[in-house]
Design a protein around this ligand. Structure first.
Ligand code: M6R
Length: 364
């Protein structure tokens, strides 16, 4: 049931601190400060290349994970949407691991990619939310995201739980490759363990986001910008807004604006900038200022320090708790979900059952 919530989507957004904690509990040994994964029947340390394949929101979780696998495990990562993967003659050499990511575990495009890679001799790891699904059964290594049933067509809690699993997998892969000292592993575990409280902190901004929804609800087009792991979040924000509010939205890498899309900017196009303070902050802010110089109306999502440094001149700001960059994608997913949700509610659309969409896409 929806409990006290008006929609399943809102209920599922609010469940995130609990279900992420639940997911982390099965992947972190808090006492020993270690990540712990189900033991695969192959050697993780011998993996030479990772191929991540998924669709929609699950694909964006995979895009975040690519940054982590490369950063921590120094393993080359190939990433593709499942519907394209099979049709581009992908090179799959021995020692390759394919990671499929799927809430339902039944998405036809992703399942077809899994079968294709398996036939090509790849090992398969599946991050799925339905443990009885086809992908779960066909994988060599099953990594469940323990989000519980997700009813809203717009994926929310499945995304943050997928990220929790993928972060643990990245650390595990790094350890298997001998690239992680116990002290570094302990740090990663400590940061991940902070995610549930930070997600709670992010939810505390719900009411303010609801109050600013009208600023977006009247727009015809909206842009989302981010850098690094906030780039996939920009794409995810745009997808959420499109699918439930029917407003045209695009996500861009912040630095890519000047190569074309900035031509779209005028005072009618709100630009959502996702920029936690940290190493990429300055660069993103300078891209944001290019937008503002052309009359663009910016909503800046950052932490207190970031808002202090760059919030002036923005149409609105959203303040997140200050978090380690590793868990920022989980935490910043919340305002992006809430913004889409409240805009859709303001527009009066069917939030849980948007037009033309199904929860599980079982045709290719
Ligand atoms: O069940 P899956 O995770 O494989 O589904 C993939 C996409 O169909 C799904 O994420 C879709 O994009 C959502 N409606 C996004 O909110």
């Amino acid at each position: 049931s929806k409990g006290n919530h008006r929609h399943y989507m809102l209920k599922e957004i609010y469940e995130q601190p609990i279900v992420v904690a639940q997911t982390l509990r099965s992947y972190l040994k808090r006492m020993e400060d270690q990540v712990t994964l189900p033991i695969p029947d192959f050697d993780l340390g011998a993996i030479k290349r990772v191929t991540i394949v998924a669709c929609g929101t699950s694909f964006y979780a995979g895009m975040v994970a690519k940054y982590w696998f490369e950063q921590f495990a120094r393993v080359p990562v190939d990433l593709d949407v499942a519907s394209e993967f099979r049709y581009r003659a992908p090179v799959m050499e021995p020692g390759g691991l394919m990671i499929v990511i799927s809430q339902s575990g039944e998405t036809a495009d992703t399942l077809a990619a899994l079968r294709h890679a398996k036939a090509e001799g790849q090992k398969i790891a599946a991050v799925v939310n339905v443990p009885t699904s086809s992908m779960a059964r066909e994988a060599d290594l099953l990594l469940p995201s323990h989000a519980g049933p997700e009813i809203g067509v717009a994926s929310t809690k499945a995304f943050t739980c997928q990220l929790a699993v993928l972060a643990a997998l990245a650390a595990n892969l790094a350890r298997a490759k001998g690239l992680l000292t116990p002290a570094q592993e302990k740090e990663i575990v400590r940061h991940l363990a902070e995610a549930p409280a930070a997600l709670n902190g992010a939810l505390a901004y719900d009411e303010k986001i609801a109050e600013m929804a009208h600023l977006i609800a009247s727009a015809r087009d909206v842009l989302y910008l981010g850098r690094g792991t906030d780039y996939p979040l920009a794409l995810e924000g745009a997808l959420k807004l499109k699918e439930i509010s029917y407003i045209h939205a695009e996500g861009y890498a912040a630095g890519e604006m000047k190569h074309g899309p900035i031509a779209l900017i005028d005072d009618q196009v709100p630009v959502i900038v996702i920029a936690p303070s940290g190493p990429l902050f300055e660069k993103t802010v300078s891209n944001m200022q290019e937008v503002q110089a052309r009359g663009g109306k910016v909503v800046l999502i950052s932490d207190y320090d970031g808002i202090q440094a760059a919030g002036e001149g923005c149409m609105a700001t959203i303040t997140m708790p200050k978090v380690h960059p590793l868990i920022a994608p989980l935490v910043y997913a919340v305002p992006v979900q809430l913004l889409a949700y409240h805009v859709a509610v303001a527009k009066g659309t069917d939030v849980d059952q948007p037009r033309n969409l199904a929860k599980s896409v079982t045709v290719e």
